[in-house]
Structures are given as C-alpha cells and as structure tokens.
Design a protein around this ligand. Sequence first.
Ligand code: TTP
Ligand code: MG
Ligand code: MG
Length: 459
Amino acid sequence: MRPFHREWWLDAPESKNVAAGGRRASSVGPEPLAIRARSLHHFGMTGGRLTIIHVDLDAFFAAVEQRDHPELRGKPVIVGGDPGSRGVVSTCSYEARKFGVHSAMPLTTALRLCPDGIFVPVDGAKYQRVSREVMAVLRHYTPAVEQVSIDEAFLDVAGSEALFGPAPEIARRIKAEVVATTQLTVSVGVATNKLVAKVGSDLRKPDGLVIVEPGDEAAFLAPLEIRRLWGIGPKTADRLHGLGVRTIGELAALPAETLTRALGDHGATLHDRALGIDSDPVVGGGEAAKSVSHETTFAVDVTDTAEIERTLLALTEGVSARLRAAGIRAGTVAVKIRDSQFRTVTRQKHLPEPSDLTGTIWRAALELARPEIRGKRIRLLGVSATQLGQPEQISMFEVVDQKQRRVVDATDAVRRRFGERAVTRASLLHRGLPSPFERDPASAVEGRVGIPKIEDEIE
Ligand code: TTP
Ligand code: MG
Ligand code: MG
C-alpha cells in the first residue's frame, strides 16, 4: 500500500525528464539516485547552508480517511461531501487524481470524471488533531518550525545538526517518525532556502525526498515548468507563455528589464526566484531556550588549577541538572573564561553524541578550558550548553551509559524531593561551591583539595 520511498539528488538528465514529462514514476526506488549535479552557474548567489526543510503531507485529508477506514485504501477517495451538493473537492486520494480530480473542483465535476469515486465528508476536527501530532513530531528536531497550512511547515535545522545529523538525515528521520506516529506519509524538500525546499517537497509526491545541494538551486529549477514557482498563478503563467517562457530556466534567462516591463515589480521578484534566490527566514519557535549556562565570578582572582577545575565541575552540575530537568540534551558545550585583565575568551566543542550527563559535559569543558587557564589569574568562569534538543528515542549512547543514567536519575529524584543540596558530590562537599540549580552563583571558591577524579562522577 505504501508507495516507494523516493529519494533524489539533483542530476541534470533526471531534471530534464521532469520538465518534459512531469513527475516520473519509473526512476523511483529505495536507493537515492546520488548523482550530484555539477553546479552550472550562480555560485554564491544563493549562498546559504543546507538547513531548510519543507514538509507537506500527502493527500492529507484523504490519507487520514484511508488510514481510518481500511476499506478505502487503494481506492479513489474524494473528500468534500455529497457529490450531489454544490460543494467543491477539498482533496482526493492519488487514485482519484488519475481521473483528473483535484482540490477546489466542483463535486459534480469530480463525479463526472470519476463516477466510481468514494465521496466522504470533511472531518475538520479530526484533521486538526492529526495536524497537531505531525507538528509535534517536527518540533522534536528544532524549535524553528513555521507552520504555513494545516499540512505543511518549514524547519530551519541550523541549530540541530549536532544533535540529529545533517539536514538530509533529519529529513529521513522526520519521514520515518511521521509514519511511525500517524501512519501517514509526508514529502520533504531540503535546500538552502524556503523557495527551493518547497518546490523540492512537491516534486516527488507522494512520499518524496528531494535534496538540492547548495549552489545547485538555479540548475535544479531550470528545467521545471514555471507554474512550480511560488508566485506564478494562471494569469502570470499565461503572460509568460506569451513571451515564449515555459520553464523556470527560460524565465531566469529573460532580461530583467523585459520581465519588469511585462509584470512590473513582480517581474523583478520572479527573476530572483527563477534563480533560486530567496532570503525569507523561517519564522517560529522563538520561545524555546537556545542555551543553558551557569557562570561564576571569583571574589579573588584564582590561579590554582584544581580550584578552577572543581568550579567547572560545579557549574557543569548545575547546567546538566537543568538539561535533565527539561528533558533535553546539548550538542555543544562552551566555556567562558575571563582573566584579571578582563580579557574574555569563549571556546566551544561539539559532543560526539548529544548529552545531559555531568561527566560528559565536564570532560568537554575541561578540555576546552585547560589551554586557556594556564598561567593566568582567572576572574570569571562559565559553562554553557547549546544546540539543545530532545533526546533520540533509542541511542547507542544510552546502552553505554546506563549506569550513569541510573545514577543521575536517582540523584535528580532526591533533589526534587529533598532540595538542591540534598545530594552532592563528595569532592564538592564543604567547599562552598554552588550547588546545581543555583544559577550564576557569585559565591567564591574556598579551600583547596586535590583535583576531583572523573570517576567521582558516579557516587
Ligand atoms: P495540500 O497540501 O495542498 O494537498 P494534499 O495534502 O491533499 O495533497 P498533496 O499530496 O498534493 O499535498 O492541502 C492540504 C489539505 O488542505 C488537503 O488535504 C485538503 C485541504 N485543502 C482544501 O480543503 N482545499 C483546497 O483547495 C486545498 C488546496 C487544500
Ligand atoms: Mg499536502
Ligand atoms: Mg500543503
């Protein structure tokens, strides 16, 4: 029942076929056609990184009905109500599309084109519920999710790569997680900007995955029909056809003045779009935390390495306990070090696996701080965790660190019940160090003991 998983990187002959014959069914298969295009031109014109993802559900309302009524699967399902009424088609299954039925068409026309179609009413409340489930899946990967309709959204995964891998990998995970959660398929486009990602997600429906590498935007769009471009409706298309322009490449080749003369300001915008240029940011998710950080200023500047390293441990404890309390993990750890001359350096490091464990984050912080503290009098220290995200459901990491995980879960539970200072490491006791959850403590570090061993982590 599920169609092929379609995955595709740009390659020039393939895209010509798409232009000539619309969506090709013959080239699909489980393996990506990983023939990378030679970028033809326009280096640097689009410039961005491959972090924008567009997700759109396939035949959304009809797919929900087929999911919930197995007898409708594989059949031409038309959502919109009684075909004898004056309503229009909301959407229809891909089986019905073969007959020429499409959204916004009068139901009576749909009945004429597809007399064996199964007409079902619109269940708006149900589709809203499913839509919320899908959007929740998307937010597992980044807070930067911009929902643009009931069944589609843009994501900017620039801050999530350390947690979940590069954007194409995130796209594959999203596809799998949406199926696992809702039994529905989505089509996904991955590109450097929203315009190209959106064209990409639409190109290989259903269950498509199209990845357009940076620099390939114009070459990717060139063979496609102009109607695939945002902002080209039937009227604009007619005028462009009048100028002999049928493909996006022909549109890009037209002198900008000719376009402006024919279409006014809109012409200039279209010229940029035809080249795959779009700087519209993904808007959304601004409320989510971007980092968790603790810092402390010493009452008296410190030179003692052991003291500095213990302070980093205490700060790390605070940061990691807050990560765990929020159910998130950090992909990157940073330290901030200010010396007696008020010179401030920050150093950061990606973790091999996102983590919320004190030991892992502290080891990274030590590695970053050690070269920076040598021979200096230190005034301020800070530890921060960034590139925050939800933990993956199953991780190799969990298997390795189960013992540590059990210990932190137990200590967090005791702290929640009995207060922040109820559990602390032996190496931090009586040292006047800030306890976890105390933010930006100003308390000075007193006393000198040996460098705490990392094994202290598990007490
Ligand atoms: P679309 O994403 O445009 O269409 P779709 O999901 O049905 O099919 P595709 O695989 O091509 O993406 O719209 C999402 C839903 O919005 C669609 O299932 C029903 C509803 N809708 C309408 O009610 N009226 C309309 O004119 C359109 C375009 C959509
Ligand atoms: Mg859709
Ligand atoms: Mg849509």
